[in-house]
Write a protein that binds this ligand. Sequence first.
Ligand code: PEP
Length: 262
Amino acid sequence: MVAKRSCIIIGNWKMHKTIEEAEAFVNGLLTSYSPSDHKKIGLAVPYTAIYPLRQLVSSSSILSIGAQNMNDASEGAFTGEIAGTMLKEAGAEFVILGHSERRRLYAEDNACINKKMKRAIETGLRPILCVGETEEELASRQTEKVIELQLREGLKDLNAIDLRDLVIAYEPVWAIGTGNPASPAVAQATHQFCRRIIANLLSLEFAEQTVIQYGGSINAANAQILLAQSDIDGLLIGGASLSLATFLHIINQHYAKLSPEE
Ligand code: PEP
């Protein structure tokens, strides 16, 4: 029997929160949230907050701290960039790669993201690979083509062992920060499609184990219905993860009803 997939809920803070604000948030989270096990909650924070937050959560196994980007080189003359080893040393456990803001604002293409994937894996950082179509691509019915290419090229030359910790985040670009999430049915169908492509690229068994998060305009009112879809294994939450009350509401609503091993 295939083991049940984990559910992983991650907040992506983007360029928000000073160290002081980040520590206040995490102190509040640790006080108000105490499930019996698991590291199924993560925060992708600004680089400056990684080390101090890891100090705060070091005795807790409930919260992972990660980064939102990294360079594909191991070191070098790349002013303003950061290496995976530096993130790892600071305490990052995962890194978001290929977020649509990186693709759109910093011209990151699939080949660039693939290099970052390889470096993240070599460094021991869990990669969260974001995929998703733009509004124009949706309108011209290109969703499947775009996502297939993002997965095929983003995961190029990586095998099932390299990718054992892989998380995919399906984030339709038209849903990010717009207040207009994908409907549960559309999200579920696209997640199923992603799983099919992963099965083609790796294996059916691998695809069945792969965690696929949904991201795009999640809030306290829509999180549960999205998580109730059989192929949605977690959330990548932008704006709604900045408020401790809202983030707590979403994770409590979900995890409170699960048994410890789920
Ligand atoms: C994101 O940017 O990853 C995201 C999902 O943002 P939001 O939740 O604000 O739409």
